[in-house]
Unconditional design. Sequence first.
Length: 267
Amino acid sequence: MWPPQLARQLATLDRMLGGRLTVNIISSDLPGETLASEPRYARTLEVMQILRTLLDGAPIEHHGEFYDLEVEPPAARTVSGRCPPLYFGGLSEPARDVAAAAADVYLMWPDTMPAVAAVLDDLRARAATHGRTLRFGYRVHVIVRETEREARAAAARLVSALDDGVGDTIRARSLDHTSAGVHRQAELRSDADADGFVEEHLWTGIGRARSGCGAALVGDPDQIRTKLDEYRALGIGTFILSGYPHREEAEHFARLVLDRDVTRQAR
């Protein structure tokens, strides 16, 4: 999409949402073409820079490798008058460089605690070279039940009828199946124990049936809350959580984790 047109649409969406819009940037090929990783991420960086300038309400004169334009900012403005937060993720070197230079929130997939800490430290250092700071987000599935045994049983039941050959086919169909992030999710599955756990309460079985974010937090309410607090202690401030089936898992999380948090704070 032509970036100035995209800026107008994003500003309009932000108005419709009362200023609550956040934008997740995914670096992908355009229909009918395939670019190598480095030029594709270079194009993504140009788009992010153009969007930020226009949505901040400034005119832009941009003469880059992929876009050559001089335009005024869109007449439609966001509620804040500024660019909505830009989320961006990726483990490859070009992806990390783009995040450091242009993202507001670096969004990552599940990993072990030491690996998460190492990625955050690396991104902080890269952002500092641009005179910037990043916020961090974590995308993960959740399976929470009253007891750990019930949670682990629910996880096992979720993939109990899955044929691994079918899972391989599902993953291969995904557009991101060759990415560094997906490769890392596969490594986690390989390193996991017989039940699919790569570290305490981090279960990789989800990745047997899907590409992308391939792990889930599994445990009782206190264990899930502790795990989230450990991520927060590393510097992660945003969580994108999901489950299968999504509505039922969201209700489990709301009842077992969020409601108990509210009750604990009230006391």
